[in-house]
Design a protein. Sequence first.
Length: 156
Amino acid sequence: MTTKLRRLLSVILCIALIAVWALITVGCSNKTEKPQTDDLPSNNDLQNGEIQNDVTVVGEGQKQFYFSVIELSGKETNFIVKTNKKTVGEALVDVKLIEGEQGAYGLYVKKVNGIVADYDVDKTYWSFNIDGEYAMTGVDKTNIEEGKSYSFKVSK
C-alpha cells in the first residue's frame, strides 16, 4: 500500500470513530426534556386526571403549571396542575399532591405524591425547585408564575 492510501484510510477511520463516539454520547444522555408552559395544552383540551404523554393532569382552574416529583431513586412523575389558587403550595395542597406541617418558616413538606421524606426519621427531605434550581422561597410563599415549572426532589 502506498503512503497516501494509508494516510487516507487513517483519516477515514478517525472520522468514522468520531462519528460513532458522538452518536454514543448523544444517545446516552440522561437529560429529560420538560414541556414549556407555552407547550401546555389549553384548559379546554384537558380533563381532570387525564394522562397526556406520561403527564397526569390534576385540578381545575384558569391557571396551569408543570410540576414534577423526583424520588431518591431518580424516578420522575410529572403533572400539569390546573388551579385558581395564588401560590404553588395552595394549589398542590388542594390537589393533594403535598402534605406537611406549618412551622416557623411556613409549610414543612414531608409527603409528596404519597411518598414520605422526613429528615427526623431517615435524614431525607423534599427540596422545592423552580425551573430546576433550588427555590429561595417556600412552596407556600411562591406565587404561581406563567412559564415556570416547579418540582419537589428527595434529597439526603
